[in-house]
Ligand binder design. Structure first.
Ligand SMILES: Cc1cc2nc3c(=O)[nH]c(=O)nc-3n(C[C@H](O)[C@H](O)[C@H](O)COP(=O)(O)OP(=O)(O)OC[C@H]3O[C@@H](n4cnc5c(N)ncnc54)[C@H](O)[C@@H]3O)c2cc1C
Length: 510
């Protein structure tokens, strides 16, 4: 029973306690302002139940051998990573951008590796708790948010150095039956319509930051969890319904107001067992790594949606054969393909960790995600350039259908005589949703910062890339060295990455 329906998911949300706050009122998950976000999540259930998507939107659980939603799968092979990436790209096409369910699967994959490694090195039993939780997750086709981003206070100070000790989520009490946590995680996409919240650290933690080395999973409506929600959605359409007008998103500012987490849902507890603290950094990094790999699936789709809108606008404006229009569209398509290719090759170069979970290549994943982040605003600029200004200044829909102004509004909508006024109206109304709306603004910032800002990818890449070995090429060419050493990719493979962590934090020492 690992593939559930949207109605089952919806039914679960309906029963959840009211712990959402939107615009001054306390709400439940059935609030109208969350419907657009749920419409996006709906795709992930509908596709898994669609026979045409069998094997792509579904996978086989390595725990039970049962068919499950791929959004709950732990990658067992290169093929699994490739399929996750392709599924993400194709489902994103259907919702015009982010599919918003990747945080769950990305954090679960990272936890599968880190809890296993920690158990091996320290003799803990969090891996067993994790597997039990995973079973529940897969059986119920759980939608989850990964709450990683702390509010962080002064960016140059470590958690224990902050003026207020609560600026990073921390454990205030660790006891045999569980932990009590205090703090907040922010920017949490989908959290308001998630079954579960998976909280993990946002950075490496030093031995002075034991209290901040914390990871756990909780139902999203658990006692003490408060979500201050910021939904973004489009104006309701009256006359011209379109899928793009129905989608939206919702982020939460998730406050943990002295929340008790039962022990079997705790995956990292540096306060109770300081030996676990170094695994905070390992988990933070590995989640970011899986999440950046997911970006190599979703971001090409976002780019393709933009390229597709740019092409349609160019056609309707009669400029599609103009050289500058073709050059600009080809730029977006080129970026989309390169980002996807980076993720694909990264999957081909993936290696199996001791836990059995496959880990994609680091340099390629980060290079792909960074290119995507750097290009996002440029892509929006190209669409706005080719569309012209009307997408930002269109009169409301009603004016095109009113008795008094409708005829005139449609007459002056005409650009390409081969296309009906209504289709041209639909195109520009869609462009308004895609690049001028509140949601467009969120998508742009998400494209830049989601999964880690480009600077974070730069830091990761430069800390893994062996510049000395790279320089040997120039040394040979410039006559400084006589021999060119045998070529070895100057980068860290996933296996070497794990070995580095094992060296740093724990060769088995039970
Ligand atoms: C739409 C959207 C959805 C998101 N969804 C999620 C989610 O579901 N879950 C989640 O956990 N997170 C989520 N995020 C958060 C995202 O991962 C962060 O925005 C990202 O990691 C950047 O962190 P920040 O926002 O704190 O920016 P900062 O880290 O504050 O970055 C701001 C600037 O400061 C610089 N900077 C930061 N620290 C230093 C330093 N020590 N030294 C020098 N310069 C520094 C950065 O390079 C950058 O230029 C989401 C973000 C967005 C926009």
């Amino acid at each position: 029973m690992g593939v559930r329906t949207y109605d089952e998911y919806y039914g679960r949300l309906k029963k959840m306690k009211r712990n959402l706050y939107i615009g001054g009122s306390k709400c439940d998950r059935m609030d109208e302002r969350l419907a657009a976000q749920m419409r996006v999540i709906r795709e992930t259930y509908d596709r898994a139940n669609d026979p045409a998507w069998d094997g792509l939107a579904t996978a086989t659980s390595h725990l039970t051998g049962e068919k499950i939603n791929r959004f709950t799968h732990i990658h067992q092979s290169v093929d699994d990573l490739l399929k996750k990436q392709l599924m993400t790209r194709l489902i994103c096409h259907r919702v015009g951008g982010c599919i918003m369910r990747c945080m769950g699967i990305d954090s679960m994959n990272a936890l599968s590796v880190v809890t296993y490694e920690m158990d091996q090195a320290l003799g803990t039993d969090t891996g067993q708790n994790f597997l039990k939780y995973l079973r529940y997750w897969q059986d119920n086709d759980i939608t989850a948010n990964c709450a990683q981003t702390d509010v962080k206070g002064d960016r140059l100070k470590r958690p224990h150095e902050q003026a207020d000790p609560d600026l990073y989520l921390r454990i205030i009490e660790s006891r045999p039956d569980g932990i009590v946590v205090r703090g907040a995680k922010i920017d949490n996409t989908t959290a308001p319509v998630s079954d579960e919240i998976i909280a993990i650290p946002t950075r490496f933690m030093s031995d002075k930051d034991n209290d901040y080395a914390v990871a756990f999973a909780l139902p999203a409506d658990w006692d003490g969890v408060k979500m201050l929600v910021r939904p973004a959605y489009n104006h309701k359409r009256k006359y011209l319904p379109a899928p793009i007008a129905e989608i939206g998103d919702a982020e939460s500012y998730t406050i943990f107001d002295d929340v008790f987490v039962p022990r079997d849902r705790v995956f990292l507890d540096g306060k109770g067992d300081p030996r676990q603290t170094p695994y905070a950094g390992f988990l933070a990094l590995l989640f970011a790594h899986y999440h950046r790999h997911s970006y190599t699936g979703c971001k090409p789709a976002t780019s393709e949606v933009l390229a597709s809108a740019a092409s349609l606008a160019a056609e309707y404006n009669g400029i599609e054969k103009e050289a500058h229009a073709r050059e600009k569209i080809s730029h977006i398509v080129g970026v989309a393909e390169l980002v996807f290719a980076a993720g694909q090759v990264s999957a081909y170069r993936a290696e199996k960790s001791s836990s059995g979970t496959y880990i994609p290549d680091e340099i390629l994943t980060n290079a792909g995600r960074r290119l995507a982040g750097e290009e996002i605003y440029n892509e929006y600029k190209i669409v706005a350039d080719l569309a012209g200004g009307l997408c930002a200044t269109m009169p409301f829909e009603e004016e095109f259908f009113s008795e008094e102004t409708g005829k005139l509004a449609n007459k002056y909508m005409m650009r390409n005589p081969k296309i009906s006024a209504e289709d041209q109206h639909k195109c520009f109304r869609g462009l308004e949703n895609l690049i001028v709306s509140e949601l467009a603004g969120v998508t742009q910032v998400a494209g830049l910062h989601g999964g880690g800002s480009p600077q974070m990818e730069t830091i990761t890449m430069m800390s893994r890339y062996d510049l000395e070995s790279l320089k040997s090429i120039a040394k040979y060419l410039f006559g400084i060295e006589k021999e060119l050493p045998k070529y070895e990719r100057p980068t860290v493979t996933p296996r070497k990455m794990l070995e580095r962590f094992q060296k740093l934090y724990g060769a088995p020492k039970k």
